[in-house]
Ligand binder design. Sequence first.
Ligand SMILES: NC(=O)c1ccc[n+]([C@@H]2O[C@H](COP(=O)([O-])OP(=O)(O)OC[C@H]3O[C@@H](n4cnc5c(N)ncnc54)[C@H](OP(=O)(O)O)[C@@H]3O)[C@@H](O)[C@H]2O)c1
Length: 328
Amino acid sequence: MASAGGEETTTKKKLRILVVGGTGYIGKHVVAASARLGHPTTALVRDLAPSVPAKAQLLQSFRDAGVTLLQGDLYEHASLVRAVGDADVVISTVGARQIADQTKLIAAIKEAGGSVRRFVPSEFGLDVGRSGAVEPAKSIFDKKVTIRHAVEAEGIPYTPVVANYFAGYALPTIGQMLPLAPPMESVVILGDGRAKVVFMEEGDIGTYTVLAAVDPRAENKALYIRPAANALSHEELVALWEKKSGKTLRRVYVPEHDLLNKIHEAVMPMSIVLAKAHAAFIKGYAGNDVEVDPASGVEATELYPDVQYTTVDDYLNRLLSSSAIITV
Ligand SMILES: NC(=O)c1ccc[n+]([C@@H]2O[C@H](COP(=O)([O-])OP(=O)(O)OC[C@H]3O[C@@H](n4cnc5c(N)ncnc54)[C@H](OP(=O)(O)O)[C@@H]3O)[C@@H](O)[C@H]2O)c1
C-alpha cells in the first residue's frame, strides 16, 4: 500500500467524501484511503448492524478510522439525496450488478442541487473505451461507458478510474486463470503470454482514487493507474516468479479460440473472470502501451510521483514470505 509521505504535497484541501459501495472489495480500500488522507469521510451502507462477523468488523474499522456510517441504499432515492446533499465528492464502488443503476446516484446528485463537485463512477478496471472485449465482460464495459455518457450529459464533473488488474485477483495465482489457483509444476498461459498487463495493489488504487477525486487536474478526465514497474506480460511475471521461487514451471499455452470456447461454456462468475482475462491477457486492454490523450486522461504516476506504490516485485516478495502460495 502507498505510504502517506508524499501525498500531503499533492492536495491539501479536505473535502467531504461519500463512498457508495464502501463495504465492497475495492470500496473498503477507498474508504480507508479517504480517512487516512484526512477527508471527512462517510460510507453509505445498507446494513449498519450486519450479522456477518467480517462485515461487522469492517464497519467497526471504519468507525475507528473516524468514518461516518450512514444507512442508505441505491434503490432508496431519499436516502441517496440525503447522503449526497452533505458531500463534496461522491465515489461509487458498487459492484458489476449495480453499474447500470448508478443512474439513480446521478439523479440524486442532480436533485441535491450542485453541492457535489466530483463524481467517481464505479469502474476501477480495464480501459472500457477499447472495443473488442467478449461477453459477458463486454456488457459490463458497455454499461460503464453508458454511465460515463450519462454523467457528462448531466454536466457533473467526474473522474473515472482505469485501475487495470486488481493485484489480488491475479498475482496470488501468478496470473494463472485456468485453473484459478497457484501454479504447481506447470502454468497455464492464455494466448502467447506477451500482452502487457498492469497489476495494481488495491490499497494503492484507493490512494490514487482519492487523490484524483479532489484534484482539479483530474476533473473530467480519466485517471489511468499504470506504473511502468507494474506492467508485465504473463511470460515476464512467470519468469520473475521462477527467479524468486527457484522453481521452473512448464508452460501450457491456451490459444485464443480455445479460451473463447471455455468462456462460452463457463457459468457466472467464472465466465466474467475468463472474459476479463481474455481482454487483459490476450487483447492487452490492461496494458500501458496506448498513449493517454491529455485532453481526456491523466496518469496517476505523473500527477502523484511521491506515492510509493507496491510494485509487482514487492507483491511477489510478500507472497513468498507469507504462506499465501505453495511453491513446492
Ligand atoms: N480491475 C479489476 O481487476 C476488477 C475486479 C473486480 C471488480 N472490478 C470493478 O470494481 C468495481 C467494484 O467492484 P467490487 O468487486 O469491489 O464490488 P463488490 O465487492 O461486489 O461490492 C459492491 C458494493 O456495493 C454495495 N451495494 C450493493 N448493492 C447496493 C445497493 N443496492 N445500495 C448500496 N450499495 C450497494 C455492496 O454493499 P453490501 O456490502 O451491502 O453488499 C458493496 O459495498 C466494479 O466496477 C467492478 O467492475 C475491477
